[in-house]
Unconditional design. Structure first.
Length: 200
């Protein structure tokens, strides 16, 4: 609950900061809407004390949105950018010891996995795949889950090839020994209900 309140406060503060400074009042319009910074992809640290999240902001001169990683304590204190650059960073994920953030970045021209210490320093590349990491496949009701080492030392392995329906929303247990995910049973029916599956 604390991290939800913290993000709600941050969203309010960032939204206010994104609006042009003026003494004139005016009806809320489309330009105000696109000027808001957008918060997404929040992940709580393993010790439950910090949150990493993505802030998407509008660059009017470049006519595009860019995303950066920010960190804040679950009580709302210590808000700071973890990464701010001309590249786009997103989908920050904590290492098991809570000292490193893994994330996706388009630095170098393609989307790859990078990592950076929570204490700062230079970001380091983790993958150099021939395709964009995190890229969505062509739309299909047969979504599979794959697993691969973060260092790219082995090819991705399909964990759900036997199920021709939808498998999604994977989450590892804190000790990394169990994978939980949602799965449908009926191929071709994206409206089928999800069931929770546990895999050791």
């Amino acid at each position: 609950m604390r991290f939800i309140l913290a993000l709600a406060c941050l969203a309010s503060c960032m939204a206010s900061a994104a609006l042009p400074a003026t003494n004139d009042t005016h009806p809320f319009g489309v330009r105000d809407l696109v000027a808001f910074d957008r918060l997404a992809e929040h992940r709580v640290s393993p010790d439950g004390r910090q949150i990493v999240f993505t802030v998407s902001s509008l660059d009017l001169e470049a006519n595009k949105r860019r995303s950066d990683l920010w960190v804040v304590a679950t009580d709302g204190a210590g808000l700071r950018p973890l990464l701010r650059s001309d590249d786009s960073e997103s989908k920050g994920t904590w290492s098991q010891d809570g000292r490193t953030i893994y994330y996706l970045s388009n630095r170098g021209g393609s989307s790859q996995v990078w990592k950076i210490s929570l204490d700062g320093g230079d970001a380091r590349s983790v993958t150099s795949l021939p395709l964009d990491a995190g890229r969505e496949e062509a739309w299909s009701t047969n979504f599979d889950l794959f697993v691969a080492p973060v260092d790219g030392s082995a090819a991705p392995r399909n964990l759900t090839a036997a199920n021709k329906a939808w498998d999604a929303y994977p989450a590892f247990s804190p000790d990394g020994k169990t994978l939980a995910y949602a799965a449908m049973k009926r191929p071709g029916y994206e409206a089928d209900r999800f069931r929770i599956v546990r895999r050791a």
